[in-house]
Design a protein around this ligand. Structure first.
Ligand SMILES: *Cc1c(COP(=O)(O)O)cnc(C)c1O
Length: 372
Protein backbone atom coordinates (compact mmCIF):
# COMPACT_ATOMS: atom_id res chain seq x y z
CA UNK A 1 0.00 0.00 0.00
CA UNK A 2 1.57 3.25 -1.21
CA UNK A 3 0.58 6.29 0.82
CA UNK A 4 1.61 9.67 -0.65
CA UNK A 5 2.64 12.64 1.46
CA UNK A 6 -0.16 14.83 0.18
CA UNK A 7 -2.96 14.83 -2.37
CA UNK A 8 -5.41 17.52 -3.47
CA UNK A 9 -9.12 16.66 -3.41
CA UNK A 10 -10.85 17.61 -6.66
CA UNK A 11 -14.61 17.05 -6.85
CA UNK A 12 -17.28 17.44 -9.52
CA UNK A 13 -17.75 21.05 -8.45
CA UNK A 14 -14.14 22.02 -9.28
CA UNK A 15 -14.46 20.42 -12.73
CA UNK A 16 -17.79 22.14 -13.32
CA UNK A 17 -16.40 25.61 -12.63
CA UNK A 18 -13.16 25.02 -14.56
CA UNK A 19 -15.17 23.70 -17.52
CA UNK A 20 -17.32 26.80 -17.42
CA UNK A 21 -14.18 28.88 -18.00
CA UNK A 22 -12.96 26.55 -20.74
CA UNK A 23 -16.32 26.93 -22.46
CA UNK A 24 -16.09 30.70 -22.35
CA UNK A 25 -13.72 32.87 -24.33
CA UNK A 26 -12.21 34.62 -21.34
CA UNK A 27 -9.23 32.81 -19.93
CA UNK A 28 -7.54 35.74 -18.18
CA UNK A 29 -8.54 38.87 -16.24
CA UNK A 30 -12.20 37.94 -16.19
CA UNK A 31 -15.16 37.49 -13.86
CA UNK A 32 -13.81 34.39 -12.05
CA UNK A 33 -10.75 36.21 -10.75
CA UNK A 34 -12.87 39.06 -9.47
CA UNK A 35 -15.33 36.65 -7.87
CA UNK A 36 -12.54 34.64 -6.24
CA UNK A 37 -10.90 37.78 -4.86
CA UNK A 38 -14.19 39.03 -3.41
CA UNK A 39 -14.91 35.68 -1.82
CA UNK A 40 -11.46 35.31 -0.26
CA UNK A 41 -11.68 38.86 1.17
CA UNK A 42 -15.13 38.10 2.60
CA UNK A 43 -13.98 34.77 4.05
CA UNK A 44 -10.82 36.15 5.65
CA UNK A 45 -12.44 39.42 6.75
CA UNK A 46 -10.35 41.99 4.88
CA UNK A 47 -11.37 44.86 2.63
CA UNK A 48 -9.23 43.85 -0.34
CA UNK A 49 -7.80 40.76 -1.99
CA UNK A 50 -5.53 40.55 -5.05
CA UNK A 51 -5.13 37.23 -6.81
CA UNK A 52 -1.59 36.33 -7.93
CA UNK A 53 0.15 33.40 -9.59
CA UNK A 54 1.91 32.13 -6.44
CA UNK A 55 2.39 32.79 -2.77
CA UNK A 56 5.96 33.85 -3.50
CA UNK A 57 4.73 36.52 -5.94
CA UNK A 58 2.30 37.78 -3.33
CA UNK A 59 5.04 38.12 -0.72
CA UNK A 60 7.24 39.96 -3.20
CA UNK A 61 4.46 42.43 -4.00
CA UNK A 62 3.80 43.15 -0.32
CA UNK A 63 7.50 43.76 0.35
CA UNK A 64 7.58 46.25 -2.51
CA UNK A 65 4.25 47.85 -1.63
CA UNK A 66 5.60 48.55 1.87
CA UNK A 67 8.63 50.25 0.37
CA UNK A 68 11.11 47.76 1.82
CA UNK A 69 14.36 47.98 -0.12
CA UNK A 70 18.13 47.93 -0.11
CA UNK A 71 19.67 47.91 3.34
CA UNK A 72 16.35 47.60 5.19
CA UNK A 73 16.04 44.86 7.77
CA UNK A 74 13.04 42.62 8.28
CA UNK A 75 12.71 40.34 11.28
CA UNK A 76 11.55 36.86 10.37
CA UNK A 77 11.93 33.17 11.14
CA UNK A 78 14.60 30.78 9.82
CA UNK A 79 12.17 27.87 10.26
CA UNK A 80 10.04 28.28 7.16
CA UNK A 81 9.73 27.63 3.47
CA UNK A 82 12.46 29.52 1.61
CA UNK A 83 10.06 31.99 -0.05
CA UNK A 84 9.27 33.84 3.20
CA UNK A 85 12.87 34.98 3.25
CA UNK A 86 13.70 35.07 -0.48
CA UNK A 87 11.02 37.75 -0.94
CA UNK A 88 13.30 40.10 1.04
CA UNK A 89 16.37 39.22 -1.01
CA UNK A 90 14.47 40.11 -4.22
CA UNK A 91 14.54 43.72 -2.99
CA UNK A 92 18.02 43.60 -1.45
CA UNK A 93 16.60 43.83 2.04
CA UNK A 94 18.19 41.84 4.85
CA UNK A 95 16.42 39.03 6.67
CA UNK A 96 17.16 39.23 10.39
CA UNK A 97 16.35 35.83 11.80
CA UNK A 98 14.98 35.24 15.26
CA UNK A 99 14.78 31.77 16.75
CA UNK A 100 11.51 29.90 17.27
CA UNK A 101 9.37 28.57 20.06
CA UNK A 102 10.05 24.82 19.79
CA UNK A 103 6.46 23.99 20.72
CA UNK A 104 4.51 26.05 18.16
CA UNK A 105 7.54 26.23 15.82
CA UNK A 106 6.69 29.87 15.15
CA UNK A 107 8.90 32.91 15.64
CA UNK A 108 9.41 33.47 19.38
CA UNK A 109 8.03 36.95 20.15
CA UNK A 110 10.16 37.19 23.29
CA UNK A 111 13.26 37.35 21.08
CA UNK A 112 12.02 39.93 18.56
CA UNK A 113 12.68 43.17 20.39
CA UNK A 114 16.39 42.46 20.85
CA UNK A 115 16.72 42.15 17.05
CA UNK A 116 15.23 45.57 16.27
CA UNK A 117 17.73 48.16 14.95
CA UNK A 118 17.25 51.63 13.41
CA UNK A 119 17.15 49.88 10.00
CA UNK A 120 14.31 47.51 10.91
CA UNK A 121 11.28 48.14 8.72
CA UNK A 122 9.01 45.21 9.36
CA UNK A 123 8.32 41.90 11.06
CA UNK A 124 7.39 38.96 8.84
CA UNK A 125 5.91 36.14 10.92
CA UNK A 126 4.98 32.83 9.27
CA UNK A 127 2.01 30.81 10.53
CA UNK A 128 3.99 27.60 10.35
CA UNK A 129 2.08 24.42 9.46
CA UNK A 130 -1.22 26.30 9.96
CA UNK A 131 -0.57 27.27 13.58
CA UNK A 132 -0.98 31.06 13.94
CA UNK A 133 2.05 32.95 15.19
CA UNK A 134 1.56 34.92 18.41
CA UNK A 135 0.04 37.92 16.63
CA UNK A 136 -0.98 39.74 19.79
CA UNK A 137 2.60 39.94 21.05
CA UNK A 138 4.01 40.64 17.58
CA UNK A 139 1.43 43.36 16.90
CA UNK A 140 2.20 45.02 20.22
CA UNK A 141 5.96 45.16 19.50
CA UNK A 142 5.36 46.36 15.93
CA UNK A 143 3.07 49.19 17.08
CA UNK A 144 5.46 50.29 19.80
CA UNK A 145 8.51 50.23 17.50
CA UNK A 146 6.75 51.59 14.41
CA UNK A 147 7.24 48.47 12.27
CA UNK A 148 5.07 47.10 9.50
CA UNK A 149 3.78 43.52 9.76
CA UNK A 150 3.65 41.13 6.80
CA UNK A 151 1.86 37.88 7.58
CA UNK A 152 3.04 34.86 5.65
CA UNK A 153 -0.27 33.00 5.94
CA UNK A 154 0.58 30.69 3.01
CA UNK A 155 0.16 27.60 5.20
CA UNK A 156 -2.74 28.81 7.27
CA UNK A 157 -5.91 29.82 5.43
CA UNK A 158 -8.82 29.63 7.90
CA UNK A 159 -6.65 29.44 11.03
CA UNK A 160 -7.79 31.60 13.94
CA UNK A 161 -6.32 32.99 17.10
CA UNK A 162 -8.53 34.59 19.75
CA UNK A 163 -11.49 34.11 17.38
CA UNK A 164 -9.86 36.16 14.63
CA UNK A 165 -8.70 34.77 11.28
CA UNK A 166 -5.09 34.98 10.19
CA UNK A 167 -4.63 37.45 7.37
CA UNK A 168 -6.35 40.23 9.33
CA UNK A 169 -3.50 41.04 11.72
CA UNK A 170 -0.79 42.49 9.49
CA UNK A 171 -0.57 45.44 7.12
CA UNK A 172 -0.93 42.73 4.53
CA UNK A 173 -0.96 38.94 4.36
CA UNK A 174 -0.47 36.28 1.72
CA UNK A 175 -2.16 32.92 1.16
CA UNK A 176 -0.83 30.25 -1.20
CA UNK A 177 -2.67 27.68 -3.28
CA UNK A 178 -0.02 25.20 -4.43
CA UNK A 179 -1.49 21.66 -4.67
CA UNK A 180 -0.20 20.54 -1.27
CA UNK A 181 -1.89 23.45 0.54
CA UNK A 182 -5.28 23.16 2.26
CA UNK A 183 -6.93 24.56 -0.88
CA UNK A 184 -5.42 24.80 -4.32
CA UNK A 185 -5.63 26.66 -7.62
CA UNK A 186 -2.85 24.53 -9.14
CA UNK A 187 -0.39 27.37 -8.71
CA UNK A 188 -1.59 30.57 -7.11
CA UNK A 189 -1.76 32.95 -4.20
CA UNK A 190 -3.69 35.89 -2.78
CA UNK A 191 -2.64 39.11 -1.10
CA UNK A 192 -5.15 40.43 1.44
CA UNK A 193 -5.14 43.82 3.17
CA UNK A 194 -7.38 46.52 4.64
CA UNK A 195 -5.16 49.24 3.19
CA UNK A 196 -6.46 50.57 -0.13
CA UNK A 197 -3.05 51.94 -1.09
CA UNK A 198 -1.32 48.57 -0.57
CA UNK A 199 -4.09 46.82 -2.49
CA UNK A 200 -3.83 49.25 -5.39
CA UNK A 201 -0.05 48.95 -5.57
CA UNK A 202 -0.14 45.15 -5.45
CA UNK A 203 -2.79 45.01 -8.16
CA UNK A 204 -0.88 47.37 -10.38
CA UNK A 205 2.49 45.63 -9.87
CA UNK A 206 0.91 42.21 -10.48
CA UNK A 207 -0.23 43.54 -13.87
CA UNK A 208 2.93 45.08 -15.38
CA UNK A 209 2.60 48.33 -13.42
CA UNK A 210 -0.56 49.42 -15.17
CA UNK A 211 -2.65 52.09 -13.46
CA UNK A 212 -6.11 51.14 -12.34
CA UNK A 213 -8.51 52.37 -14.96
CA UNK A 214 -5.56 53.55 -17.05
CA UNK A 215 -4.88 52.40 -20.56
CA UNK A 216 -3.63 48.89 -21.32
CA UNK A 217 -0.37 50.34 -22.60
CA UNK A 218 0.10 52.91 -19.85
CA UNK A 219 2.56 51.95 -17.14
CA UNK A 220 2.92 53.94 -13.93
CA UNK A 221 5.56 51.91 -12.15
CA UNK A 222 7.74 48.83 -12.44
CA UNK A 223 5.50 45.82 -12.57
CA UNK A 224 5.50 42.09 -13.17
CA UNK A 225 3.22 39.51 -14.65
CA UNK A 226 2.06 37.93 -11.40
CA UNK A 227 -1.59 37.59 -12.46
CA UNK A 228 -3.83 34.67 -11.62
CA UNK A 229 -5.69 33.25 -14.64
CA UNK A 230 -9.38 32.42 -14.89
CA UNK A 231 -8.91 28.64 -14.78
CA UNK A 232 -6.99 28.89 -11.53
CA UNK A 233 -9.54 31.31 -10.07
CA UNK A 234 -12.42 28.98 -10.96
CA UNK A 235 -10.67 26.10 -9.23
CA UNK A 236 -10.11 28.37 -6.24
CA UNK A 237 -13.79 29.35 -6.02
CA UNK A 238 -14.83 25.71 -5.86
CA UNK A 239 -12.18 24.90 -3.26
CA UNK A 240 -13.14 27.92 -1.17
CA UNK A 241 -16.81 26.85 -1.22
CA UNK A 242 -15.65 23.58 0.34
CA UNK A 243 -12.99 25.07 2.63
CA UNK A 244 -14.83 24.55 5.92
CA UNK A 245 -15.49 20.93 4.94
CA UNK A 246 -11.83 20.52 3.90
CA UNK A 247 -10.52 21.98 7.16
CA UNK A 248 -12.86 19.75 9.16
CA UNK A 249 -11.66 16.64 7.30
CA UNK A 250 -8.06 17.61 7.96
CA UNK A 251 -8.81 18.29 11.63
CA UNK A 252 -10.21 14.76 11.90
CA UNK A 253 -7.17 13.22 10.24
CA UNK A 254 -4.94 15.05 12.73
CA UNK A 255 -7.11 13.80 15.57
CA UNK A 256 -6.77 10.18 14.45
CA UNK A 257 -2.98 10.57 14.18
CA UNK A 258 -2.92 12.11 17.69
CA UNK A 259 -4.87 9.15 19.04
CA UNK A 260 -2.65 6.52 17.39
CA UNK A 261 0.58 8.28 18.35
CA UNK A 262 -0.33 8.87 21.99
CA UNK A 263 1.03 5.41 22.79
CA UNK A 264 4.36 5.97 21.01
CA UNK A 265 6.66 7.53 23.62
CA UNK A 266 9.38 8.49 21.11
CA UNK A 267 6.95 10.71 19.18
CA UNK A 268 5.88 14.23 20.11
CA UNK A 269 2.69 15.17 18.27
CA UNK A 270 2.03 18.78 17.13
CA UNK A 271 1.15 21.13 19.98
CA UNK A 272 -1.64 23.65 19.64
CA UNK A 273 -1.64 26.77 21.82
CA UNK A 274 -4.72 27.76 23.82
CA UNK A 275 -7.10 30.03 21.88
CA UNK A 276 -5.82 28.71 18.54
CA UNK A 277 -7.91 27.15 15.81
CA UNK A 278 -5.51 25.25 13.56
CA UNK A 279 -5.84 25.11 9.83
CA UNK A 280 -4.01 21.81 9.38
CA UNK A 281 -1.49 22.10 6.53
CA UNK A 282 0.82 19.19 7.30
CA UNK A 283 1.14 16.79 10.21
CA UNK A 284 4.66 17.12 11.57
CA UNK A 285 5.91 14.96 14.42
CA UNK A 286 9.05 15.34 16.45
CA UNK A 287 11.17 12.31 17.35
CA UNK A 288 13.02 11.86 20.63
CA UNK A 289 16.72 12.82 20.47
CA UNK A 290 17.91 9.19 20.62
CA UNK A 291 16.09 8.35 17.37
CA UNK A 292 17.88 8.87 14.05
CA UNK A 293 15.26 10.78 12.07
CA UNK A 294 16.86 10.13 8.68
CA UNK A 295 16.83 6.36 9.26
CA UNK A 296 13.16 6.50 10.19
CA UNK A 297 12.45 8.42 6.98
CA UNK A 298 14.39 5.91 4.90
CA UNK A 299 12.39 3.09 6.45
CA UNK A 300 9.09 4.86 5.72
CA UNK A 301 10.16 5.49 2.12
CA UNK A 302 11.20 1.86 1.62
CA UNK A 303 7.71 0.89 2.68
CA UNK A 304 5.99 3.22 0.22
CA UNK A 305 5.08 5.87 2.75
CA UNK A 306 5.61 9.50 1.75
CA UNK A 307 7.42 11.62 4.30
CA UNK A 308 9.63 14.68 4.28
CA UNK A 309 11.78 16.72 6.65
CA UNK A 310 9.90 19.96 7.33
CA UNK A 311 11.79 22.39 7.21
CA UNK A 312 15.51 22.58 6.66
CA UNK A 313 16.68 25.86 8.31
CA UNK A 314 16.84 28.80 5.91
CA UNK A 315 19.99 30.28 7.47
CA UNK A 316 21.92 27.08 6.64
CA UNK A 317 20.95 27.01 2.96
CA UNK A 318 24.11 27.59 0.90
CA UNK A 319 22.81 30.89 -0.53
CA UNK A 320 22.15 32.31 2.95
CA UNK A 321 25.19 30.84 4.68
CA UNK A 322 27.47 32.26 1.96
CA UNK A 323 25.81 35.63 1.58
CA UNK A 324 25.26 36.44 5.26
CA UNK A 325 27.81 34.24 7.02
CA UNK A 326 25.29 32.22 9.01
CA UNK A 327 26.62 29.10 10.68
CA UNK A 328 25.42 26.02 12.44
CA UNK A 329 24.59 26.98 16.03
CA UNK A 330 23.21 30.44 15.18
CA UNK A 331 19.60 29.41 15.83
CA UNK A 332 19.74 26.34 18.06
CA UNK A 333 15.99 25.80 18.59
CA UNK A 334 15.37 25.92 14.84
CA UNK A 335 18.24 23.53 14.20
CA UNK A 336 17.15 21.05 16.88
CA UNK A 337 13.57 21.09 15.60
CA UNK A 338 14.73 20.72 11.99
CA UNK A 339 16.89 17.70 12.80
CA UNK A 340 14.18 15.83 14.67
CA UNK A 341 10.94 16.52 12.78
CA UNK A 342 9.23 14.88 9.83
CA UNK A 343 5.95 15.29 8.02
CA UNK A 344 3.75 12.20 7.70
CA UNK A 345 1.21 11.59 4.91
CA UNK A 346 -1.60 14.08 5.39
CA UNK A 347 -4.61 14.89 3.19
CA UNK A 348 -8.40 15.19 3.33
CA UNK A 349 -9.21 11.63 2.39
CA UNK A 350 -6.53 9.84 4.40
CA UNK A 351 -8.43 6.93 5.96
CA UNK A 352 -7.98 5.55 9.46
CA UNK A 353 -6.64 2.24 8.12
CA UNK A 354 -3.97 4.13 6.19
CA UNK A 355 -3.05 6.08 9.30
CA UNK A 356 -2.82 2.81 11.23
CA UNK A 357 -0.45 1.50 8.56
CA UNK A 358 1.70 4.66 8.67
CA UNK A 359 1.97 4.40 12.45
CA UNK A 360 2.83 0.69 12.28
CA UNK A 361 5.69 1.34 9.83
CA UNK A 362 6.75 4.40 11.83
CA UNK A 363 7.00 2.28 14.99
CA UNK A 364 9.10 -0.41 13.32
CA UNK A 365 11.30 2.35 11.86
CA UNK A 366 11.79 3.89 15.29
CA UNK A 367 12.86 0.51 16.70
CA UNK A 368 15.57 0.24 14.04
CA UNK A 369 16.72 3.83 14.37
CA UNK A 370 17.59 3.94 18.05
CA UNK A 371 21.09 5.36 18.36
CA UNK A 372 21.49 4.99 22.13
C1 LIG B 1 3.79 27.54 0.20
C2 LIG B 1 4.46 28.64 0.91
C3 LIG B 1 4.75 29.86 0.28
C4 LIG B 1 4.43 30.18 -1.16
O1 LIG B 1 4.70 29.17 -2.02
P1 LIG B 1 4.34 29.22 -3.59
O2 LIG B 1 4.80 27.89 -4.04
O3 LIG B 1 5.08 30.35 -4.17
O4 LIG B 1 2.87 29.41 -3.72
C5 LIG B 1 5.33 30.86 1.05
N1 LIG B 1 5.63 30.68 2.33
C6 LIG B 1 5.37 29.53 2.97
C7 LIG B 1 5.70 29.41 4.42
C8 LIG B 1 4.81 28.46 2.27
O5 LIG B 1 4.57 27.31 2.89
Amino acid sequence: MEIPLSQPEITKREKELVNEVLGSTQLALGPKLQEFEEKVAAYVGTEYAVGVNSGTSGLHLLVRALGIGEGDEVITTPFSFIASSNCLLFERARPVFVDIDPCTKNIDPARIEAAVTPRTKAVLPVHVFGHPADMEAIGEIARRRGLAVIEDACEAIGAEVGGRRVGTFGDGAVFAFYPNKQMTTGEGGMVVTDDSRIARLCRSMSNQGRAEGGGWLSYERLGYNYRMGEIAAALGIAQLERLEEILEKRRRVAEVYDRYLREVPEVETPCVSPGVKMSWFVYVIRLAPEIDRDRVMAHLAENGIGCRPYFSPIHLQPLYAERFGFREGDFPETERVSRSTLALPFYNRLAEEQIARVVEVLKSGIDRARTA
